[in-house]
Design a protein around this ligand. Sequence first.
Ligand SMILES: NC(=O)c1ccc[n+]([C@@H]2O[C@H](COP(=O)([O-])OP(=O)(O)OC[C@H]3O[C@@H](n4cnc5c(N)ncnc54)[C@H](O)[C@@H]3O)[C@@H](O)[C@H]2O)c1
Ligand SMILES: O=c1ccn([C@@H]2O[C@H](COP(=O)(O)OP(=O)(O)O[C@H]3O[C@H](CO)[C@@H](O)[C@H](O)[C@H]3O)[C@@H](O)[C@H]2O)c(=O)[nH]1
Length: 482
Amino acid sequence: MVKICCIGAGYVGGPTMAVIALKCPSINVAVVDISVPRITAWNSETLPIYEPGLDEVVKKCRGKNLFFSNEVEKNVAEADIVFVSVNTPTKTSGLGAGKAADLTYWESAARMIADVSKSSKIVVEKSTVPVKTAEAIEKILTHNNKGIEFQILSNPEFLAEGTAITDLLNPDRVLIGGREETPGGLKAIQTLKDVYAHWVPEERILCTNLWSAELSKLAANAFLAQRISSVNSMSALCEATGANVSQVSYAVGKDSRIGPKFLNASVGFGGSCFQKDILNLVYICECNGLPEVANYWKHVIKINDYQKNRFVNRLVSSMFNTISGKKIAILGFSFKKDTGDTRETPAIDVCRGLLLDRAQLIIYDPKVPEAQMMRDLSTPKFDWDQPGSTSPVSEDVITKNVKVVHNAYEATKDSHAICILTEWDEFKSLDYQKIYDNMPKPAYIFDGRNVVDVAKLRQIGFIVYSIGKPLDPWLKDMPAIA
Ligand SMILES: NC(=O)c1ccc[n+]([C@@H]2O[C@H](COP(=O)([O-])OP(=O)(O)OC[C@H]3O[C@@H](n4cnc5c(N)ncnc54)[C@H](O)[C@@H]3O)[C@@H](O)[C@H]2O)c1
Ligand SMILES: O=c1ccn([C@@H]2O[C@H](COP(=O)(O)OP(=O)(O)O[C@H]3O[C@H](CO)[C@@H](O)[C@H](O)[C@H]3O)[C@@H](O)[C@H]2O)c(=O)[nH]1
């Protein structure tokens, strides 16, 4: 029986391995992690991450051919294929701080693999890493070997949170990069291909050299984020001209060369990957003497920061330039719907901006626990090239001015304004008449996700701001300075 071990039981390691176990009953899959609480949760009724469909897959396989364990070394030693899916955050200090990927976790995993291995292994990069990481990993593994052969493959993951299980079951493509120039490399590529071939059609399994696979992952995220920054930049122009960004996106996306996806204007993109991976790309370009290319990609992030600031400024200026002591209901805190993940969520920057203007926030999110929100708001943000944009707010200000509640009606009662920061489906079908009746007037809604029916809410009496949509006459008289 082939044995797979995955180091890192996070958002990628957990769901990815669960789907491999589901689709390959003949393969034994162990997911290992240094975090005891994480593994305990994977072995419990309440999994450590919320992802639609994940519970069912885990329940079907756990204890049969899918195991979660803190016995990292033992499981690695026994495996034929070792996936490494540990964190690769942005460096916060030293050389490349604020841009380069921090490979501390990756390197320690590689050293451990070298130390404990007694048989040949295929080591698979699942984490998103800088181009040429495989070369560094090869050096670590081969310098420590004891006559054991290690083959390195790059197999970047393209799943999106909230749709991880469907993405894994039906991927657009699976990418496998390896040493195509050697027989050992080709054999390793084929071995991993055979795993995915259990459920992925062959034409969707792409095999490349190592560097193409590593770079394709960074490039794909950069392209996706660039589309969002492009449409968000248009949203500002739409507001200035009276165009409607949804109509513009629709018209643009109808061009088959452009396509309709990833053109939704928003308060900004979030998530653990886009900003981190673009910064990493920028750093690699700079290191390779390509400052123009680096600057091009930097602007994708600049527009994203601009969009979040613009949203806060629009809100403050619409409310007579002061929100001091005013109650603002925040609907949604996760970085997108159907996940409880808050990494780099735009809600953090928006809430901080509002707190700096001394608002009182009442936050509701269906999946994010209160402790997580408080942690996010008080952890100093790693702030890149944006002096003064989001100075961290003191813990004292947060505890005094932030309240977390359990439903949207509680959050909005007696609030002066509502901000919608995540596109949770339930926000579309709230009883907005009831909400309006329970708010002081004028009652404002700032929709950062374009989920509400603007005309209907204006009819009720709300002053409505919806990103990139024709402005309410009230807002036209109170322009926001970005
Ligand atoms: N989150 C996503 O949607 C997504 C999608 C594609 C790729 N990625 C990439 O995948 C990688 C992992 O992301 P994630 O979101 O799963 O992160 P995560 O933080 O959810 O999980 C990483 C896990 O690795 C564990 N870990 C770290 N060092 C370890 C070690 N030496 N031994 C054992 N366990 C160790 C941590 O305890 C943690 O549980 C990152 O490189 C990320 O960029 C993420
Ligand atoms: O038209 C759009 C689409 C998305 N977003 C926002 O963009 C962010 C990222 O969304 P999404 O890409 O759906 O989620 P992630 O889980 O971050 O997935 C991205 O990052 C992963 C980690 O690398 C990759 O594997 C995925 O392919 C890539 O889509 C979220 O804040 C979304 O709200 C928009 O604002 N407008």
